[in-house]
Design a protein around this ligand. Sequence first.
Ligand code: ATP
Ligand code: MG
Ligand code: MG
Ligand code: MG
Length: 580
Amino acid sequence: MITRLSTLFVRTLREDPADAEVASHRWLVRAGYIRRAAPGIYSWLPLGLKVLAKVERIVREEMDAIGAQEVRFPALLPREPYEATNRWTEYGQNLFRLQDRRGNDFLLGPTHEEMFTLLVKDLYSSYKDLPLSLYQIQTKYRDEARPRAGILRGREFVMKDSYSFDVDDAGLDASYQRHREAYIAIMNRLGLEFVIVKATSGAMGGSASEEFLAIADSGEDTFVRSPGGYAANVEAVTVPAPEPLDFADAPAARRVPTPDTPTIATLVDRVNAEYPRDDRPWTGADTLKNVVFHLVYPGGKRTILAIGLPGDREVDMKRLEAAVEPAEVLPFLDDDFAANPALKKGYIGPEALGEKSVSGVRYLVDPRVVTGTRWVTGANSYDTHVIDLVAGRDFSPDGVIDVAEVREGDPSPDGSGPLSLARGIEMGHIFQLGRKYAEALGLKVLNEQGKLVTVTMGSYGVGVSRAVAAVAETHADERGLVWPRELAPFDVQILATGKDSAVVEFAEKLAMELSAAGIDVLLDDRKASPGVKFTDAEILGVPTAVVVGRGLADGLIEVRDRASGERSELSVHGATEALV
Ligand code: ATP
Ligand code: MG
Ligand code: MG
Ligand code: MG
């Protein structure tokens, strides 16, 4: 194919977009690949769409290669299935909810576990039908709290999601492994340097879970790895809980029954006022189970204390903050977190809690907690809190365990040497969901013995639009984009420089010959200066540029390699063969 730059719908920009913080955002907008429609929502222009289609193709080929079959669900989904799994509520503010003219609730799908589960339930009933893997490449909607970096974190984005269905755990393992291999192939073909890390299963639930992170300093995820090959997202680094201290030898300390602990009592009053419960008021006891301050072992996370909140309702963090003293609103992170992602928005890191706030709640905190700005976990018991403790007098600060952050050089769980830290962009995520969704939605099949068994599932996602950004992010320089060949919108860009008709004619002829040989050609046939053409070619990032200009009189054209910057002269005779 020959595409002419004179008619291509593209405008390169000389200025960075005002909100561009990262290279991919800057260059994809400046090179005319994408255009912002609203925060976190982008339009794809011809060049961007070509790259997106190439990513989709790679993903499709690799999914097809493992025997997964493509389907496509609507993005507009009814509430009921998501109600059945409780995700209508659990998804919190990230979910776009809307109503039809009759007042029925709908949502814009953030992920499709429910729909796939129901589809298979609809049509399949026997172990003989399994294993099965289905996938789709589809637009997803998540009202991200912080849409960022152009299409890297959009509120509308394209994801490939697949789901595996097996009759037993061994089957699930095999399906998971096949997806893992496919994801490795996808990452390699995208030309991304990547690492597979242990991950938490977050709002999906389930057990085994790994993320594919593209290594990039601008990534939002931090991961650790050891010389021996252990690699984990810091979110998934588990730090052993400290031994509880009993403070038997702390005479000046006092033991207070939890419900009487002043802050808890006050907080319970406030929570009752703000979040009244129909059956009975919150008390100090369920406070500790469900509602209030309980100390957690976050492992790796820079957060520690929690206000646990009822999982059965959405929590408006603003209201909650208003309802309690700021010092009491502490970060939340434990198993309940998965059940209540709404709380994520309420994160307050230790950096936001100065010494003052810390001391304000000191009797709720294990005394090993506070050492400067570094934090430690450890709980008082559920029914008692020890208060008025003094470090050095009542306990040894040496016992302090820091889980505030995993740090460079910390020992690795596999014992192979010190951990190193780096950042990455989450490109893919694979989960063994197990029977959670199948159970909630009643997906059962008859097994070999004729017995009804619940199907076990896996869920696997790749950020397709994010991949365009991640590749751009890791394949750009100070002059523009530098596409790897497999993703470039064109194979060769021909720049006809100069008004000489021989130049134009040769450029046209070369374009025709290359195109006939299956090369996708972008021909810069504009009436623009050579300088403008060179600059634009570098911004657009086509791997090979061929300059047809002054040298033509001597029978020469110039070939420029965008990635290496190398330039070489080529004789016009046999140029086509040399470029194919
Ligand atoms: P993140 O941690 O970046 O928010 P996630 O864990 O919420 O991602 P998953 O639910 O695991 O995302 O979805 C599968 C894949 O979809 C992710 O690995 C990522 O590549 C992509 N993805 C998720 N959210 C977005 C988004 N807002 N914009 C673009 N791609 C996204
Ligand atoms: Mg997310
Ligand atoms: Mg994630
Ligand atoms: Mg994920």
